[in-house]
Design a protein around this ligand. Sequence first.
Ligand code: GLC
Length: 696
Amino acid sequence: MTNEALAALLHDLSLDEKIAQLCQIDMSTFLADAGSPTGPMLEFNLTREQIVSAGSLICGANADADKFAEIHETIQKESKHGIPPLIMSDVIHGMRTTFPIPLALGSSFDEDTAEEMARISALEASACGVHVTFSPMLDVCRDPRWGRCMESPGEAPALCGAMGAAMVRGYRGKDLKQKGTMATCAKHYAGYSACEAGRDYAPVDISRTEMFNTYLPPFKETLDAGCDLIMPAFTPVDRVPAAANRWLMKDILRERWGWEGVAITDWGSVGELYLHHMAVDAKDASVRCFKAGTDMDMMSFAFFSGLKEAVEDGTVSMEEIDASVMRVLELKNKLGLFEDPNHGANGADQMAMRGRKEHRDAALRAALKSCVLLKNDGVLPLNAGMKVALAGSHADSHRLLGAWQADGRDDETPSLLERFSEDQRVTLTDVENADIIIYAVGEDQDDVGESASKLNPALTIEQKAELDKMLAAGKPVVMVLFCGRPLMIEEESAKCAAVLNAWFPGSEGAMAIKQLLMGDVNPSGHLSMTFPKCVGQIPIHHDQLSTGRPTEPENGRFISVYRDGSNKPLYPFGYGLSYTTFAFSKAAFSADELSSSAPVTFTVKVANTGKMAGETVVQLYYQGKRVELMAPLRTLQAWKRVCLQPGEETVVSFTVKKDDLRMWDYDGKPVEAAGVYDFFIGESSMAELSASILIK
Ligand code: GLC
């Protein structure tokens, strides 16, 4: 549709039709018998016209191309202008083929893997009739008590932004009009992950400086990659819930960043203003959110009546309504929905997408890169001919997909036991007769994700007791951990001979774990989030600000330590072992000075000093020595995966630009880097090898 035709359509719409375009209802509300006294008409006080004119439908794992074809037909027939709704769904790490959770994908430090996950997700989801995914989730996570860490690329703003941008490229492809693509929605804007005490939906209190330096950058990078929508968080900034927060939704998003996409609330957020005692009725809540810059209301049904009243009494102008409606119509036009409301989806394609080998192979590759070897006393890889006992809650579990699994099926997810049973190289036996015990354990997939905060994210008492029983057999124990967040495993880790963190590895996770434990593939994942020693250390992350007092010796007085424990993490951000070893040397800059006129190159020599081919993630961090604002002790600047044969060495180089090192002050003004900056290079945020440069 041309822009002129869009404008003519907008002009033709009644106020009710315009407001309906700004409302998202769920598919079951649409499908419910709208005429029945218990249907949505009564429950949500909606007319049939409002239901068939809704701007968007949200669906869960019940997306189906043929069902949507019928819905679109109904809308064409029943609604006055037949404007196709945006079909939106949570496809965040796969549709039918489930990839490792985003926190695991973050541990791959591989944007290509994230992009491939997104591309395949779009192929599968759009074949089912989904137009928009509520992904990427970009919350910078530092509190493992929060169950939603699993949905994020982790604790580093740079990694969250890079993975978010990669996912947007993968979902959107080159042209949204093409079938097999999906529009994208960055969430939860912004700072939701800092909810007090890690309790989901709890208030957040973040300084503007922290917003500008930590929580906003991943959104800016992802929106710049072409992201189509943004979802304000449930939580507040400066005591105003994000959806009603003008500073976030207008000053930053529209004025500072000039972004013109669609802002849709999170589920029922408009209505939650009542719970915050910030609105007395639908109109009050609608006006507060709409005037602040929110375009669409997800599932609170407030806009339908609230905005109408507000326009009728002049609180909201028709021009304001038209601006938001036009953003929604333009997105539909970008997707080509006016020409084809189902965006090329059909039942045959949907069936053809199911179980495609190349999709499952991609999920396997992603899992192989995302698992993190945390400890190995030399018992791994397993040797052929070994007698292996496989025990623990996850040994024969199909529940390896994590939360938000969209159309992923547990019954299409082989278990570890199945994968090991297929492999003749080892003999499965009981603990008594085994040479080694693989203890597969961790969280249940329903125990992570939204509304899954935990006071003590750890193994259960039963799992700990079972591990002690295993250990009593006197055989080495390899713990394979399944989790949606870092767990407090200091004790268990010390007792086991090896620990492999699989996160929730997805449809082919069991095959990946088996191949990693057998040494068919060398582990190469590196932690996307710090593993604390205990809950008392939380929040603990690699980019904590400097302290005015030293942080060691740990038994010191009047310094920044604990009387009753360590302030060092169990496993730091960026950490991950391999079956081989890598040596780093000759870190150097291509110049002595860095100015904004010319970038410099940072190089380092990396050698595989072990006996096995392997990949590692070369990570570059920096710390300013003379800065205007207190700065993080280590800031992740760049990373590269490097694959080397035994004895092979290579030179890895990074381009460093002065602008990339700037910070932002309370008002969001840039604070340019200046003075001597130390750069650290290695395989984790604790890397020691460094080189310095003077920044002019
Ligand atoms: C949920 C989540 C959000 C999700 C939305 C739609 O409450 O907060 O991440 O996209 O509702 O399901």
